[in-house]
Design a protein around this ligand. Structure first.
Ligand code: NAD
Ligand code: DAU
Length: 356
């Protein structure tokens, strides 16, 4: 059966990387990308593939039940890869409502449409798949030791992680109650090309390139487990094609780093690659410790043993390789970064498709 894939949030960071990788490695797939183009959605992220005959962009909201149903019918969707979300923890602290709406209600609309279209109207759905892309933040915060496993109890602590945990539970309920063919992935912090410069690595890149202060929350010793985005996308492809229905898979790269280590490393890499900043001083001088994030989770670390044992997935990139590729990408794509920073990226839609 030819895969007709609804990708939600395909103009965001991970979604855009996924669409590009999927079209390269699975050229027989048809991909429909439904994206609302919030501040985080950028059509230019997929500029190079926008004219492919097996790729279609649809501007719209996953909460719009009529639109979602129409897409399922018009494109005979048999696979959903659901990325669309409000994804930034700091924004969820200052404005949680959009997180509840998109992350919980939006996921519900997609599940309910899949249930109606696949389970009520269609025979023979054995190859249909609904994959929900989630986060390790649903497990809460770790102490100095230990890892998140698939059977770790959920303990979300920010409005963002609570909204993702809610949607995970609804996904599981749709499998258990209705037999919807769902899959769930919980991944650690991603980094790589096209990440919006509100997240730590691209924010530090942007500020360090433009000589602005580099804000480090609290004591800078919070730990995140970093994974290069291509590795995450390839893990998702494995789970769609070979994952066991109803199960979840943790995805991570065993790359635990304190935030301050990352910031110092980026300073040193930039000093080496492009020379010191305009003051002539090393970029480490720009590091500024600022008030901590409210409720800041201390440490995340993933045990990815299940996906490795069951599906044979392991990351291809070491942290050193991934961060080098990432820094080079931002240096070679200064126009992309500047377009996002000055807001002109939002005009790309008009150039492509006329008035909204
Ligand atoms: P992102 O913020 O870069 O992109 C989100 C995309 O979703 C944007 O294109 C946005 O326009 C779109 N969107 C938002 N609301 C929408 C709506 N109502 N309808 C349609 N489209 C909408 O996010 P990201 O970092 O690429 O994350 C993608 C997914 O992966 C999210 O579900 C996130 O929770 C999950 N995740 C992210 C990470 C990470 O490190 N970034 C790690 C694990 C899991
Ligand atoms: O763990 C997976 C999650 O990783 C995803 O589910 C989220 O969508 C994604 O945004 C990310 O969440 P984090 O909160 O870990 O990512 P962020 O880049 O915002 O922050 C990483 C760490 O750096 C965190 O400890 C906070 C800190 N930080 C962040 C920013 C933006 C700073 O010290 N300074 C900053 O300016």
């Amino acid at each position: 059966m030819r895969k007709k894939v609804l990708v939600t949030g395909g103009c965001g960071f991970i979604g855009a990387n996924f669409v590009r990788i999927a079209l390269q490695s699975r050229p027989e797939w048809e991909i429909v990308n439904l994206d609302k183009l919030t501040y985080a959605g950028n059509l230019a992220n997929l500029k190079d593939i926008q004219d492919k005959p097996n790729y279609h962009f649809i501007h719209g909201d996953i909460c719009d039940q009529e639109l979602v149903q129409k897409l399922f019918r018009d494109h005979a969707i048999n696979t959903v890869v659901h990325f669309a979300a409000e994804s930034h923890v700091d924004r969820s602290i200052t404005g949680p409502e959009a997180f509840i709406q998109t992350n919980i209600q939006g996921t519900f609309v997609l599940l309910e449409t899949a249930r109606k279209e696949w389970l009520e109207n269609t025979n023979g759905i054995s190859e249909h798949r609904f994959l929900h892309v989630s986060t390790d933040e649903v497990y809460g915060s770790l102490g100095e030791t230990g890892y998140f496993r698939e059977d770790t109890c959920y303990d979300p602590r920010s409005p963002y992680s609570a909204s993702k945990a809610s949607s995970d539970h609804i996904v599981r309920a749709y499998h258990h109650t209705y037999g919807l063919p769902t899959l769930l992935t919980n991944c650690s912090n991603n980094y790589g090309p096209y990440q919006f410069p509100e997240k730590l690595i691209p924010l530090i890149m942007n500020n360090a390139l433009t000589g602005k202060p580099l804000p480090v929350y609290g004591d800078g010793k919070n730990v995140r487990d970093w994974l290069y985005v291509q590795d995450h996308c390839e893990a998702i492809l494995e789970v769609i094609e070979r994952g066991t229905l109803g199960e979840s898979y943790n995805i991570g790269g065993h790359n635990e780093k304190q935030n301050i280590e990352i910031v110092r490393l980026l300073c040193d890499m930039l000093d080496e690659k492009v020379g010191p900043c305009h003051t002539g001083k090393p970029r480490r001088d720009l590091i500024t410790f600022v008030t901590d994030r409210k409720g800041h989770d201390r440490r995340y670390a993933i045990d990815a043993g299940k996906i490795e044992a069951q599906l044979g997935w392991t990351p291809k990139f070491t942290f050193e390789q991934g961060i080098d590729k990432t820094v080079d990408w931002y240096l070679e794509n200064r126009e992309w970064l500047e377009g996002v920073m000055d807001g002109s990226y939002q005009q790309y839609y008009q150039t492509m498709y006329g008035n909204r």
